[in-house]
Design a protein around this ligand. Structure first.
Ligand code: RB5
Length: 144
């Protein structure tokens, strides 16, 4: 899969680890930075990843900040993006099955690295459920 990833300073350390994790799984990863943990503004890093997904350059997006909340709020402003802030593997599965989420936002401060790896693995391996969920997701996308 082609995966676009970025973080802010609060998510930097886990972003570095998750990039290596994804590469180890054989994915093609585009890292939009930052390259250090210097303080930055998360919307500046959410947008390039969201646009990669919305414009078809990436299959999925991964964003990491302190909570994941700011990244989700910013990414969801980009038409075509369905970003979900996820802190458990169960919700990672559900955001795929029910919501067809194409961007996941993770917490670098409140979720342990091993847990984020499991969340990310689940996000990437769970298919959209289709069926009754299709019309609901279409109604969300009609709001773009
Ligand atoms: C940065 O301090 C923090 O606000 C940011 O990483 C994120 O948690 C915002 O939602």
């Amino acid at each position: 899969m082609k995966i676009s990833i970025a973080s802010d300073h609060a998510g930097f350390e886990q972003k570095e680890r998750l990039r290596a994790f994804l590469e180890g799984l054989g994915h093609e990863v585009c890292d939009h930075g930052p390259a250090t943990d210097d303080r930055v503004d998360y919307p500046d890093y959410a947008v390039p990843v969201a646009k990669d997904v919305a414009e078809g350059r990436a299959d999925r997006g991964v964003l990491v900040c302190g909570t994941g909340i700011g990244m989700a709020l910013a990414a969801d402003k980009i038409a075509g993006v369905r970003a979900a802030n996820i802190i458990t593997p169960q919700f990672a599965a559900l955001c795929r099955e029910h919501n067809d989420a194409n961007v996941i936002t993770l917490s670098g401060r409140f979720v342990e690295p091993d847990a984020n790896e499991e969340i990310l693995r689940t996000f990437l391996t769970t298919d959209f459920g289709g069926g009754r969920h299709v019309g609901r997701v279409e109604k969300i996308m009609a709001l773009d």
